[in-house]
Design a protein around this ligand. Structure first.
Ligand SMILES: [Zn+2]
Length: 131
């Protein structure tokens, strides 16, 4: 079974809570203001490696998929799909370089056209002489 894609917890939280200020990234659990409720003293902790946020006041412990489930009101499978389309796969597709088409066909076409016109004028000249 494939492990579902887990987007970075900070990317998910700042999308659903744009006013929330993420703490500086550190190892282990980092104290921060809770994104889910209004507060002045930090009662929440975030773990960047585990992609998890925990709030003692709200009594919540959520990873990034849990947050999507909670905010979108969807089941786990649907949340992993949303995680990939909104926070994962699409950004990788955009970073691929776009290459220009070689212009070989454009060069050969006018030359052929000029030759065709020359043949036509010669034929008309001969026809004029005939009459
Ligand atoms: Zn809270």
């Amino acid at each position: 079974m494939r492990t579902p894609y887990k987007p970075p917890i900070v990317a998910v939280l700042t999308r659903y809570y744009p006013h929330w200020q993420p703490p500086a990234q550190r190892g282990g659990w980092t104290k921060c203001l809770c994104p889910f409720h209004d507060e002045r003293t930090p009662s929440a902790s975030i773990n960047f490696e585990k992609n998890r946020v925990h709030c003692f006041a709200c009594d919540l412990s959520l990873d990034s998929i849990d947050v999507i489930q909670k905010e979108e009101g969807v089941k786990f499978i649907e949340a992993t799909r949303l995680a990939e389309s909104r926070f994962g796969g699409s950004s990788q597709a955009l970073s691929q370089p776009v290459r220009g088409e070689p212009s070989r066909t454009i060069h050969s076409q006018p030359r052929f056209g000029v030759r065709g016109r020359q043949v036509q004028t010669r034929l008309r000249f001969r026809a004029d002489h005939g009459t």
